[in-house]
Design a protein around this ligand. Structure first.
Ligand code: ZN
Ligand code: ZN
Length: 261
């Protein structure tokens, strides 16, 4: 699988001199396998996803906070009726997923009703997507701790596995199940919005710390860890400093980064 990061900023897109290196787009990760293009979340980074004519395109949404869906109608390729995209999420029934997205991208929140206007946007129940993918990719999900809920996804093909845990506020009672869900993954994408010091004042905000990934991995034993959902105020300088203190199998996500998983 090949992973491309189109957005790794948390909560709100940022644009400033101090965030140019790691980027300011909100969550959007593109996974390309032999036969599928799977997008994890459609934050503002979704505008830069290139539809692959040779593969089916799926969009899996972790949850419906603005920073994970706001990019959807800003990808110009979505206005080409030949670019079909299948949206799904294991957080709600598919009818509610569709209603939620439609409401967000309709007046008075958005100039046009995108879902009614674009027939190439389709919605499929999560189980149907699992079924459709099963000959190529094993797709699994797990409910995470986040206000309103959020879904973690695991993608496994015959060569490798990737686990996406965003957004999640790690708590001790998750350790056993979340570790076994993530066990030995080739890449773990971890919500590292806060540092351990910051987390003290941010209980209940729905996010984990960067340092918690180190502790979590003593049991999960993932081969590589990608830290994402950077706090909007986190500067490149701060992220560079954080990177220096992390084990060498950690990577700080940045917009435009591509990785073989
Ligand atoms: Zn978020
Ligand atoms: Zn969220």
């Amino acid at each position: 699988m090949k992973l491309s990061i189109h957005g790794c900023r948390g909560s709100i897109a940022t644009s400033s001199h101090s965030t140019q290196k790691y980027g300011g787009n909100t969550s959007c990760f593109e996974v390309i396998s032999n036969s599928q293009q799977i997008i994890l979340d459609a934050g503002s980074g979704f505008k830069n996803v290139k539809f692959l004519k040779t593969r089916e395109t799926f969009l899996l949404l972790s949850h419906f906070h603005h920073d994970h869906i706001q990019g959807l109608p800003f990808n110009p390729q979505l206005f080409d009726p030949n670019n079909e995209i299948i949206i799904s999420s294991d957080l709600y029934d598919i009818e509610l997923v569709e209603q939620t997205i439609q409401k967000y991208f309709s007046p008075p929140y958005f100039p046009i009703d995108i879902i009614s206007s674009l027939s190439n946007i389709k919605f499929l129940p999560f189980k149907t997507v699992q079924e459709n993918l099963k000959n190529h990719i094993d797709l699994n999900s797990m409910l995470l701790k986040h206000p309103g809920g959020s879904i973690g996804y695991k993608l496994t093909d015959k060569n490798s596995s990737l686990v996406y845990l965003c957004d999640n506020e790690f708590e001790e009672d998750q350790r056993k199940n979340l570790s076994s869900f993530s066990k030995n993954a080739d890449l773990l994408v971890w919500d590292g919005m806060f540092t351990q010091k910051e987390l003290v004042d941010k209980k209940g905000w729905g996010h984990s710390s960067i340092e918690q990934a180190i502790d979590f991995n003593t049991l999960a034993k993932c081969k590589k860890i990608l830290i994402t959902h950077h706090a909007p105020s986190r500067s490149d300088k701060e992220l560079d400093q954080i990177a220096k203190d992390l084990p060498d199998f950690f990577t700080i996500a940045r917009d435009g980064l591509e990785m073989e998983v």
